[in-house]
Design a protein around this ligand. Structure first.
Ligand SMILES: Cc1ncc(COP(=O)(O)O)c(C=O)c1O
Length: 387
């Protein structure tokens, strides 16, 4: 009999399935669940953006675009990055439109990793980082950030993790799952070490628009960093466009060319209607982004103060749409807490341990949900911990 499992590459056999999906699937099969589990906006994409995609189809724009994406869109992305985040990229050589930030992370890894290269990954973090480093043949060296530091990477931790094999630091601000936003000063401390050790940075800034107290600082805007940064961003979060699958990466010409080689063979180009939608989002969608951000801020303030009031310690996340409270006071592990909460009170959250080191003892609560849903969730979580 054919042993079909053996056809699967060992690197994939050994890969853990995403812990987020597991809870998502469990909750999907239950009635009356209040979900704080999903990491995507509850807003529908702005009408003008949807209309631009419809119009592109009506006009018959159904063929491939340039591999790197519509030049018109890349021009617009270059303006956006300059005006919003003070980093100037050449749209012809340094910007690639990708299938979500997810694909941008993948091509970045594959473009830079030689077998055995070490990539420092700051945890807790988005679930794809470690598997993508490993799939590209690299070794993920993880650093655990601590709640007492508001989950911020400390320069000393970074210094200690660097070895002669270190190639790059992968960092995300504002962060999923902690919501932690790094200030310019925080970034400067990290960049000094990165520059001293001649490292590259892969900066996942997909939540850049969702910053609530201070403006987002792009790591590439720090002196001496643009030439050593692969900047990743996209439309999923800030523009409420997860299903369109559109992101982009910006990098120095040589690295961008390397990423494009992979992108052209693996993907050809991102979806054409989605690119027309993104063009419209940048041209006319910023007012909606501001409005959504205001809404998230209000929800963040509510959920963080409510979690603290009911006895779950929660730092104030500066960005993204996640609260990451400690559940240590309950004596339960993250998995136990999430599973029991789902079964007993029908509230879906994600156990912190799925985000790697430092996540245990926490749960991720997404507040990309209506205020009514958030209020209901808090009521149920309170019932759960008081029982
Ligand atoms: C930190 C982070 N990076 C990247 C992504 C993927 O985004 P996209 O939908 O653009 O692929 C996510 C999605 O949850 C995320 O949280």
């Amino acid at each position: 009999m054919t042993k079909t499992k053996e056809f699967v590459a060992e690197s994939v056999q050994n890969m853990r399935p995403s812990g987020i999906r597991k809870f998502f699937d469990l909750a999907a099969n239950m009635e009356g669940v209040v979900s704080l589990g999903v990491g995507e906006p509850d807003f529908v994409t702005s009408w003008s953006v949807r209309e631009a995609a419809i119009l592109s189809l009506e006009k018959g724009y159904t063929s491939y675009t340039a591999n790197a994406g519509l030049l018109e869109l890349r021009n617009e992305i270059a303006d956006y990055m300059e005006n919003r985040f003070h980093v100037k990229y050449d749209p012809k050589e340094e910007i690639i439109v990708t299938v979500g930030a997810s694909q941008a992370i993948d091509i970045a890894m594959r473009a830079i990793i030689n077998p055995g290269d070490e990539i420092i990954v700051v945890e807790p973090c988005f679930v794809s980082y470690v598997p993508l480093v490993e799939l590209a043949g690299g070794k993920a060296v993880t650093i655990e950030t601590k709640p007492e530091h508001d989950f911020k990477l400390q320069p000393d931790q970074l210094k200690q993790a660097i070895t002669p094999k270190t190639k790059a630091l992968l960092i995300c601000s504002p962060n999923n799952p902690t919501g932690t936003q790094l200030t310019k000063e925080d970034l400067q401390g990290i960049c000094d070490i990165v520059i001293e050790h001649d490292l590259l940075v892969i900066a996942d800034e997909i939540y850049a628009e969702l910053a609530y107290d201070i403006q987002h600082t792009s790591i590439a805007s720090i002196e001496g960093m643009q030439e050593r940064t692969i900047l990743i961003n996209g439309f999923s979060k800030g523009f409420a466009m997860t299903g369109w699958r559109l992101g982009f990466c910006c990098a120095p010409k040589e690295i961008s060319h390397a990423c494009l080689k992979i992108h052209q063979y693996a993907m050809m180009c991102a979806s054409t209607p989605a690119q027309y939608a993104a063009l419209e989002a940048l041209q006319s969608g910023m007012d909606d982004v501001v409005q959504m951000t205001k809404d998230y801020r209000r929800r963040r303030n509510y959920i963080v103060s409510s979690l603290n009031e009911i006895g779950l310690d929660c730092h104030i996340p500066g960005g993204a749409f996640y609260a990451f409270p400690s559940i240590k006071s309950t004596g339960l592990s993250s998995e136990e807490f999430a599973e029991k909460l789902l079964m007993e009170q029908k509230v879906a959250v994600v156990p912190g341990n799925v985000f790697g080191k430092g996540g245990e003892g926490h749960i991720r609560c997404s507040y990309a949900s209506s205020m009514e849903q958030l209020q209901e969730a808090i009521k149920r979580i309170k019932n759960f911990i008081e029982k």
